[in-house]
Design a protein around this ligand. Structure first.
Ligand SMILES: Cc1cc2nc3c(=O)[nH]c(=O)nc-3n(C[C@H](O)[C@H](O)[C@H](O)COP(=O)(O)O)c2cc1C
Length: 180
């Protein structure tokens, strides 16, 4: 995994991929699947929508840290499996054959098999709307893997895979931050 400039980390979430969020509650690693994400600014800050109905929420609240890991389409069935069982009774790294890699700045692990990983700190929890606000502190991309396509949840059990990339960088230049 190569380090990615933090100023570019928002570009990993802006396309809206289904992501995995890892936590470490002081005893064990856990993973959940999240499709409700949002980029809040370029710094970058992100929001995810989740709450006490998930086991991971306790760790998010207690440690105020997590990693957003971005899987690719070949991992889709694992991603769904992770999202329909709970860390309360399952070691998901073992069950889904994933490798936990220590992060630099947070105790939540990176997932080696994912395309990208973003170490995050929890900077706010908006209980009224079950929004967890995250600030990225380090980001990594695996530039060596063949499969780079991420998936996007429609919400009805179907998923859309990345397609063509259209380059409108010139037209957008006044709205793009420097160096992106
Ligand atoms: C495709 C998919 C997307 C999901 N998106 C979210 C989400 O955005 N927010 C959320 O709270 N749960 C979401 N879930 C459900 C959690 O991943 C699920 O409840 C998981 O079992 C929580 O794991 P935990 O109990 O170990 O924390 C999603 C599940 C799937 C399969």
């Amino acid at each position: 995994m190569r380090s990615l400039k933090l100023s570019k980390a928002f570009t990993l979430i802006e396309p809206g991929p289904v992501v995995l969020v890892t936590t470490h509650d002081g005893k064990q690693n856990n993973i959940m699947t999240i499709s409700w994400t949002m980029v809040m600014d370029f710094t970058p800050k992100f929001a995810i929508t989740t709450g006490a109905w998930n086991y991971s929420f306790r760790a998010l609240k207690k440690t105020r840290e997590c990693v957003i890991a971005i899987p690719t389409v070949d991992m889709l069935d694992k991603v769904l499996g992770i999202g329909i069982c709970s860390g309360a009774d399952t070691d998901k790294f073992t069950r889904f054959g994933l490798t936990a890699v220590p992060g630099k700045l947070v105790k939540a692990p990176l997932i080696k098999e994912c395309l990208a990983n973003i170490e995050c700190r929890v900077i706010d929890i908006v209980r009224k709307h079950d929004i967890v606000v995250l600030e990225a502190v380090a980001a990594y991309v695996d530039t060596t893997r063949k499969e780079m396509r991420t998936v996007h949840a429609v919400g009805d059990g179907t998923f859309i895979v990345d397609g063509r990339t259209l380059d409108r960088r010139k037209l957008m230049s006044s709205k793009l931050p420097a160096g992106v």
